[in-house]
Ligand binder design. Structure first.
Ligand SMILES: NC(=O)c1ccc[n+]([C@@H]2O[C@H](COP(=O)([O-])OP(=O)(O)OC[C@H]3O[C@@H](n4cnc5c(N)ncnc54)[C@H](OP(=O)(O)O)[C@@H]3O)[C@@H](O)[C@H]2O)c1
Length: 261
């Protein structure tokens, strides 16, 4: 299936690694011009090089901290200047720390809100006038399966991310019919973040080795394995594309069937 993304312009946030990178790569393989961002410039440059190796279109890498509204405005401006417009916005972010309620400080609540919610607010605010000019305007927000089913030790993800779902649902109504807005809900996907988590548990003695960690994480997943980032990126590219022209306000789990409702 041709996703009809050739020549369209896409901005993917938090995309020098992991789920954002995989989404940018899928859009780039389909011919979209893609902007990626992150804070660490070396990691960002390396990601741009890897993307250029498989991209059919242009790749732009812009250093930006998503918790800084000025950085976000400059990121959108740079995209529009380079590609002549913006058709597709995909939002990701870093992950909040793993904590329980009693060990979480007030500051951590605000930091998680800035990172997970306000980063999306700033990006949508800056991107909106450009998405409106596109014939194919779309927004896809990468959240987590925790918006449906809480995970132990992930208080901030469990609680704060639900605001993004409320935001996406509202945008899908306020911005229709010109701009579609959807969310994807990843389960466990083997990104550097998950690799670090498994390595940390191996170091603490919770798992004998990396493979045991992978097997433990996959234990409750009907597909019997954790996900590959490419499997998420391709769903994001489809939802971004005009081929998903009647899909808006959807929450799409990409979790190997692990959600029970
Ligand atoms: N992987 C999974 O299984 C999974 C499942 C559910 C939800 N999630 C969530 O999905 C998101 C992405 O996870 P991932 O696995 O892709 O993580 P990752 O591989 O660690 O990638 C995170 C990306 O975000 C960037 N980033 C972090 N903070 C940023 C900031 N303030 N401004 C700009 N860029 C920032 C990082 O670059 P810099 O550090 O250089 O800025 C990096 O490019 C997280 O919120 C995570 O909790 C992941």
């Amino acid at each position: 299936m041709d996703l009809e993304l050739d020549g369209n312009a896409a901005l993917v946030t938090a995309s020098s690694s992991g789920l954002g990178f995989a989404s940018a790569a899928a859009l780039a393989r389909e011919g979209a011009d893609v902007t990626i961002c992150g804070r660490d410039e070396d990691r960002l440059d390396d990601a741009r090089d890897r993307l250029e190796a498989e991209a059919a279109g242009e790749v732009l890498a812009v250093p930006a901290d998503l918790t800084d509204p000025d950085d976000v405005a400059a990121l959108v401006d740079a995209t529009v200047e380079a590609f002549g417009g913006l058709d597709h916005l995909v939002t990701s972010a870093g992950g909040p720390p793993s904590t329980t309620f009693l060990e979480t400080s007030g500051r951590q609540w605000y930091e998680a809100y800035d990172l997970l919610v306000m980063s999306v607010v700033w990006t949508v605010e800056s991107a909106h006038p450009h998405l409106l000019e596109s014939d194919d305007g779309s927004i896809v927000c990468i959240t987590s399966r925790t918006v449906r089913e809480v995970a132990d030790g992930l208080l901030l993800s469990n609680a704060v991310r639900r605001a993004v779902i409320g935001l996406v649902k509202t945008l899908s109504r306020e911005f229709a019919p010109e701009i579609r807005a959807n969310a994807v809900l990843p389960g466990t996907i083997e990104t550097p973040r998950i690799e670090e988590l498994i390595e940390a548990r191996v170091a603490r003695g919770s798992y004998a080795d990396y493979d045991e960690g992978l097997a433990e994480m996959a234990a409750d997943i009907p597909m019997e394995r954790i996900g590959d980032p490419r499997e998420l990126g391709e769903v994001v590219a489809f939802l971004s594309s005009p081929r998903a022209s009647y899909v808006t306000g959807a929450e799409v789990p990409i979790d190997g069937g692990s959600l029970r409702s």
